[in-house]
Design a protein around this ligand. Structure first.
Ligand code: NZQ
Ligand code: ZN
Length: 386
């Protein structure tokens, strides 16, 4: 196992009725900006619960943060924070609202000359100070509720880039699985696929003698495969919703990544597909993951074979053959949820997409994956095969 450090200051408040605990979690003296998305929280009762819980607080609101949150929109919230003297941000929504709020938290403390996207996302200057933030998370997918990362898009340049800094951890995250009953099935499935691929990015590399991390990772996959059909068949199944949410949180709270190599190439290629073609994050991953695993099968064969045997119950002694079966089973699992796994399903021309991504990666000198083996040419092959 490799050396590691772990620190997570986020308090997790999990379960039924937990939104009512907001007054125990935020100091009365705070001037709060509630951030939210396109309005789902006003339809499913979450907004009302938050407003009731915060009665007596000094609260302003900023709505309209879109999926794949846009820098152009977020800067309008930064103006409000600065002009109104906001000192606490409460994100109420999915990963996009929370990620967007992390960016607002950083940009609100930035007074430099440069454009904040250039400064933080392109140049990756560290966030040393940020406004305190917390969330009521409404979509199990990103793990953003227990991590310090965010992915922000910029419309004017078709870019979608990630950043990750310690001041961006939420102070607390309220996870009430009941709020997910209202999710459209497409978003439920996006979240399940995102969680699955997060686990793969951290588990499916090469062995460094980390059996506990492996078992945690495979445990998340087994749980997801068991619970996913339940939430699709019965969206109001509280138990299954709770298990899926906890899988999503644990899928990217960094526990399974401790002391092990990580991949993240499926995500990096997927982000480009979203930036160029606007497809959902989960959809982009479902398209790329099977082809990337196939492309990298030899170097990932031990982990893939272990997954085939311990998650899918495959009885195949030859690692390379078991690895092939694992990739087929993963794609079949995605398809069984109604998730499409081909660029053509979205009318995207594979050759054109592959060329665009190769061009961008070549310019950046990209070398992705746990061994840096996925360069612009390999990314071209993967996208072309998708
Ligand atoms: O905008 P509203 O009206 O709220 O509707 C949202 C949105 O349309 C809706 N929704 C959310 N909760 C709902 C609900 N509808 C009904 N009931 C509910 N309870 O779902 C739609 C999608 O929401 P979004 O927040 O975009 O989805 P998700 O949570 O999957 O977040 C995706 C974003 O997170 C980034 C992705 O790249 C993408 O930008 N990621 C963030 C990561 C992180 N911070 O660590 C890691 C991930 O790999 C990922 O890249
Ligand atoms: Zn993801």
């Amino acid at each position: 196992m490799n050396n590691f450090e772990f620190y997570c200051p986020t308090r997790i408040v999990f379960g039924k009725g937990t939104i009512a605990k907001l007054p125990e979690l935020i100091d009365k003296s705070k001037k709060i900006l509630i951030t939210y998305g396109g309005g789902s929280i006003k339809k499913n009762g979450v907004y009302e619960q938050v407003k009731n819980a915060l009665e007596g607080y000094d609260v302003l609101e900023f709505g309209g943060i879109e999926p794949n949150p846009k820098y152009e929109t977020l800067m309008k919230a930064v103006d409000i924070v600065k002009s109104e003297g906001i000192d606490f941000l409460l994100a109420v929504g999915g990963g996009s609202v929370l990620d967007g709020t992390k960016f607002i938290a950083a940009a609100s403390k930035y007074y430099g000359e440069k454009d904040a996207y250039d400064y933080f996302m392109i140049e990756q200057n560290p966030v040393t100070d940020a406004l305190p933030l917390a969330d009521v998370i409404t979509l199990p997918a990103t793990g953003s509720e227990m991590n310090n990362g965010a992915v922000i898009s910029r419309i004017s340049t078709d870019e979608k880039l990630a950043f990750q800094w310690e001041p961006l951890y939420p102070q607390f995250s309220i996870i009430d699985p009941q709020v997910t009953f209202s999710l459209p099935v497409k978003q439920t499935v996006n979240g399940i696929v995102d969680t699955f691929v997060h686990v793969m990015e951290q588990y499916c590399t090469y062995d460094v003698n980390s059996p506990l991390q492996d078992d945690w990772a495979l445990g998340i996959l087994r749980t997801l495969i068991k619970e996913a059909p339940k939430v699709i068949a019965n969206p109001d199944d509280y138990g299954a919703r709770a298990n899926v949410f906890w899988c999503a949180t644990c899928g990217l709270n960094y526990w399974i990544s401790l002391g092990v190599p990580q991949d993240w190439a499926t995500h990096m290629i997927g982000h480009e597909l979203t930036a160029f073609y606007g497809i959902d994050h989960g959809q982009s991953l479902a398209i790329i993951e099977p082809r990337l695993l196939r492309n990298q099968k030899v170097s990932k064969s031990k982990k893939l074979a272990k997954l085939a045997r311990e998650v899918f119950g495959v009885n195949e002694p030859v690692d390379l053959k078991a690895a092939d079966i694992a990739v087929d089973k993963i794609e079949t699992f995605f398809n069984s949820l109604g998730m499409k796994t081909r660029l053509s399903d979205y009318d995207i021309n594979a050759e054109e997409a592959a060329q665009k991504i190769r061009g961008r990666f070549a310019k950046r000198g990209t070398a992705l994956g746990e061994k840096g083996a996925i360069d612009a040419e390999a990314a071209y092959d993967i996208v072309k095969a998708s």
